[in-house]
Design a protein around this ligand. Structure first.
Ligand code: HEC
Ligand code: HEC
Ligand code: HEC
Ligand code: HEC
Ligand code: HEC
Ligand code: HEC
Ligand code: HEC
Ligand code: HEC
Ligand code: HEC
Length: 414
């Protein structure tokens, strides 16, 4: 009985002692200046601290002694400042260890280091180039946050700036043969608009297309797949189109040929056709089949767009004159869906497919147009009817007035 009581006290005291145990690394470093103090100051926000880790788990050493010759003794495992070259392996000691990681987070991936080693960044680092990104360039250090934290440098909204620290810095990228405009261009794209301005987190940030740990440019074959992983319908049409084979054999990257990769603008109908600004003219010339198809698809899409616009305008006019046209206005919605479909089906580069969607849309547009015209005729009819009854009333009133005057005159005479 007595011994059990003792065990209970010990069981309570040990974690208490552990919690209040000295961490001389933090204590001493917090009192230093500049780069030596910063790690200790930042560390309160670090996810590793929140999970019970401390300086020694990355740097080694002995946190129980105030004597720096002992606490930071390399013979006792202290590694000091971790070099850029060694950082990934340091992080990987835990992050590649499924047994350890899954105790904290059962779903956590443990392939970051393995993936990193396959990336351009990882390969170049292994070859001795320390200007590439390692784990801490993307995740920061000493204030590492959960990746879902809105303030984490790898959160989709902050990631472009994180990559841009190097990729938009011409000085840093000097000597490499790649452009430094990705950030600037991406920030003008439909994707950044969707992500940042409309809060649509399903739109891609840099790592969605490039991968986070295996950051490498998707090769020609996988570029279309990157876009297609989200834009599935477009990808399926494009895959069956007459462009797939020649683009592949010319080494052209699917969607990117017409839409670009970083500076994707909102597509407009001006991109298709035979005007100088149309993308088709980059490859097709007067007389070839592509040129004829471009002209035809453009004129059909224009035709449908015009028809729907006219119908909408007459229905709105009727509506504002008080006519009941809610049903045809609703039907017109289906017409617009066909217009969208025509623009999607354009990616089959088969004019007959565009024709089908356009014809269906035109039918709806024309029916709506007729309903609008009918409503306007009825409005005119009602207006005429109203005018006629107003005249009748006025004539009757004038007649009455004359009659009253006549009666008055006769009365005055007698
Ligand atoms: C009594 C004060 C003190 C204690 C305790 C202490 N440090 Fe330091 N630490 C320093 C000073 C001063 C320097 C800079 C001079 C030097 O490099 O020796 C330093 C340097 C460092 C550096 C940078 C070394 C480099 O290569 O540039 C790291 C990393 C570090 N300490 C980690 C730790 C860790 C981890 C612990 C605990 C196990 C710890 N320190 C304990 C005072 C301390
Ligand atoms: C998750 C791993 C990790 C933990 C935990 C960690 N560090 Fe570091 N520390 C690093 C890495 C990696 C670097 C190198 C950063 C770089 O390349 O700029 C570093 C660099 C440093 C440096 C050198 C700073 C400089 O710019 O010269 C000091 C000092 C330091 N750490 C102290 C600490 C102290 C004190 C703690 C605890 C409060 C701590 N570290 C916790 C990974 C860690
Ligand atoms: C080029 C930038 C970059 C580098 C280098 C990088 N990461 Fe990441 N990491 C990211 C991004 C971006 C995410 C977030 C992915 C998301 O939003 O789901 C992430 C996610 C993570 C996660 C959360 C789990 C997961 O896999 O999604 C861990 C853990 C992680 N990284 C550790 C590491 C380690 C360890 C290294 C070094 C071996 C490293 N990272 C190198 C960008 C990077
Ligand atoms: C001593 C073991 C250990 C070391 C060393 C370590 N980590 Fe961690 N790390 C963890 C644990 C445990 C967690 C918390 C569990 C989790 O959220 O996945 C974590 C969480 C993270 C997260 C957040 C993951 C998420 O799900 O949001 C990132 C990012 C991260 N670590 C990056 C690093 C980087 C970068 C290094 C190297 C500088 C590093 N870690 C070194 C153990 C470690
Ligand atoms: C610390 C600086 C740094 C950071 C941060 C960084 N990179 Fe890099 N990156 C480089 C350097 C340097 C290269 C090597 C360029 C080369 O080999 O042409 C490179 C190469 C690349 C490449 C291969 C380019 C090619 O065609 O060779 C891609 C893709 C890439 N980075 C994407 C990213 C993305 C996406 C991010 C953010 C998630 C990022 N990088 C963050 C420095 C960085
Ligand atoms: C919608 C997908 C997508 C997004 C988002 C994206 N990229 Fe790219 N990126 C690509 C494609 C596709 C290529 C071209 C690959 C090729 O030509 O083989 C590319 C190429 C690159 C290259 C190689 C050099 C070059 O310019 O051709 C770098 C570096 C790069 N991107 C960095 C970034 C950075 C940094 C961001 C975020 C600011 C970003 N990318 C956002 C798809 C994307
Ligand atoms: C992670 C998913 C994802 C990936 C990968 C992706 N996109 Fe997008 N894309 C979106 C989202 C979300 C939108 C915004 C949808 C909207 O505006 O309704 C969008 C919008 C667009 C638009 C504008 C559509 C419109 O109606 O205005 C075009 C064009 C586009 N993407 C082309 C591409 C191309 C080309 C690639 C490959 C280089 C690509 N996307 C990769 C998700 C993705
Ligand atoms: C040969 C050129 C070309 C290729 C290749 C191409 N597109 Fe398009 N795309 C266009 C044109 C032209 C439009 C504009 C249609 C319009 O507005 O009338 C367009 C429009 C779009 C739209 C907006 C549709 C809408 O509803 O307004 C998206 C999204 C899109 N493309 C995605 C993709 C994706 C994803 C790929 C690859 C699978 C791709 N495109 C390949 C030429 C192309
Ligand atoms: C990057 C170059 C390129 C661009 C841009 C391009 N095409 Fe093509 N297109 C080709 C090649 C190459 C072929 C196959 C050879 C051929 O028949 O001319 C082809 C074939 C076609 C075909 C099939 C012709 C046949 O023989 O049956 C049609 C239709 C077509 N393109 C329409 C378009 C339209 C519409 C646009 C603009 C939205 C466009 N193309 C943009 C290169 C391009």
């Amino acid at each position: 009985m007595k011994s059990r009581w003792w065990i209970l006290v010990a069981a309570l005291a040990v974690p208490l002692a552990a919690q209040t145990a000295k961490n001389t690394c933090v204590e001493c470093h917090a009192a230093l200046d500049g780069a030596l103090a910063k790690p200790a100051q930042l560390f309160d926000r670090d996810i590793h601290k929140k999970n019970g880790f401390s300086c020694v788990d990355c740097h080694g050493g002995d946190p129980s002694t105030e004597d720096p010759t002992k606490s930071m003794n390399r013979a006792r495992g202290f590694v000091g400042k971790i070099s850029r070259r060694d950082a990934p392996a340091r992080c990987g000691r835990c992050h590649s260890d499924a047994n350890l990681m899954h105790r904290f987070e059962p779903q956590q991936r443990v392939d970051q280091l393995a993936q990193y080693r396959t990336s351009v960044h990882g390969k170049r680092l292994a070859a001795g180039d320390t200007r590439v990104a390692n784990c801490v360039d993307c995740h920061s250090v000493h204030d590492i946050r959960a990746v879902r934290d809105a303030e984490s440098p790898v959160h989709p909204l902050r990631l472009p700036e994180t990559c841009a620290r190097c990729h938009a810095d011409a000085e840093h990228m000097k000597g490499y043969k790649i452009p430094t405009d990705q950030f600037e261009k991406y920030r003008k794209s439909v994707h950044w608009d969707a992500l940042a301005k409309r809060g649509d987190l399903s739109a891609p940030s840099c790592a969605t297309c490039h991968g986070n740990h295996g950051a490498a440019p998707p090769g020609v074959a996988s570029v279309a797949r990157v876009c297609g992983s989200c834009h599935v319908v477009f990808e399926n049409l494009f895959a069956k189109s007459p462009h797939r084979k020649p683009f592949d054999s010319m080494g052209l990257a699917g969607c990117v040929v017409c839409h670009s990769n970083h500076e994707i603008a909102p597509p407009t109908v001006a991109m298709v056709g035979t005007a100088p600004c149309a993308v088709c003219l980059n490859c097709h010339g007067e007389g070839d089949k592509g040129y004829q198809a471009a002209a035809r698809m453009r004129s059909r899409i224009d035709e449908l767009e015009g028809s729907l616009k006219r119908a909408d305008s007459i229905l709105r006019q009727a509506e504002s004159s008080g006519m009941e046209v809610s049903q045809p206005l609703l039907d017109l919605g289906a017409g617009n869906e066909n217009l969208v479909k025509a623009k999607v089906d354009l990616h089959s580069f088969d004019p007959a497919m565009v024709d089908t969607a356009v014809s269906k849309g035109l039918e709806i547009g024309q029916a709506a147009q007729r309903a609008g015209e009918k409503a306007m005729v009825e409005r005119d009819y009602r207006r005429k009817g109203l005018a006629l009854s107003l005249v009748t009333i006025a004539v009757t009133m004038a007649g009455l007035w004359l009659a009253v005057r006549e009666i008055d005159r006769r009365r005055n005479h007698t």
